[in-house]
Write a protein of this length. Structure first.
Length: 54
């Protein structure tokens, strides 16, 4: 039986005029001018991480 991995918990924050997505695993997305795009980056990260942990 495999040990259950930690859930990926993402947040977005703003730094000046840029939005950044971050995850509890240490992943950080690129700085975006669009908050929506930063949220999409976070959602994409979670999907990718879940697929790899499979």
């Amino acid at each position: 039986m495999h040990a259950q991995s930690s859930p990926h918990i993402t947040t977005t924050s703003e730094r000046g005029s840029f939005a950044l997505a971050r995850c509890s695993c240490g992943w950080t997305g690129p700085a975006r001018r669009s908050r929506d795009r930063a949220r999409t980056d976070a959602a994409d990260h979670i999907r990718t991480a879940e697929a790899m942990e499979g």
